[in-house]
Design a protein around this ligand. Sequence first.
Ligand code: GLP
Length: 247
Amino acid sequence: MKTIIEETYEGMSRMAARIVADEIRKKPDMVLGLATGGTPLGMYKELIRIHKQEGLDFSRVITFNLDEYYGLSPDNEQSYHYYMYENFFKHINIKPENIHIPDGTVEDINEFCEEYDREIQRVGGIDLQVLGIGRNGHIGFNEPGDELITETHVTTLTEETRIANARFFGKLENVPEKAVTMGLGTIMKAKKILLLASGREKAGIMSELLSDTNVTTKVPASFLHLHPDTTVIMDRDSAMELLAKKL
Ligand code: GLP
């Protein structure tokens, strides 16, 4: 795992956007895996700037989002659908038919999940997957546990994750209890992975993740140690504990 530490959140965001933009320039019809949450917001802002000022072309890019809350319709302001259109898609020239986001409202959700993985394979697999990380080490919504599920699936959120995400919902009771997420296998099949971390609240998990190369289902992100091409980009705040250990 290659690790890059940037001084600031803006620096982390610019570096991430540059890597994504370079990949799109190299392969204009690339398959891009996308994440939500607070962390990638700066990267999306910078990618929009590159699109507007430098003409980065998204017209042939195909995207697959990592996850979505179960039961939230796409027009719900807390849904990841809404987040993606507001913060990214409506500002760039991506084709709506090239956008894929799990739908947490379909009747046959298991069939939907299987089809999501099949569709990723049909377009040739994910070239670059962007990830954030939960404070408990989750990626997508793959929560720590005794086992991890490989395929896209419906999962139950931990109390810790619901509390962390309550800031977007006003209060804890409003946070859905379930979500649809790419599985660990879906994520690990991506040819290249970019893991972003920012802020002091991620310092503990980043130190745990990067202090050794062990793999455990208790820290789902630790499986990235097995991936051949993962780059971690952190800001200094999230690298604080790791740097303190190394001194
Ligand atoms: C959320 C999302 C993840 C995200 C993580 C961190 O629950 N499901 O995809 O990476 O938790 O979120 P944030 O960037 O807001 O800290």
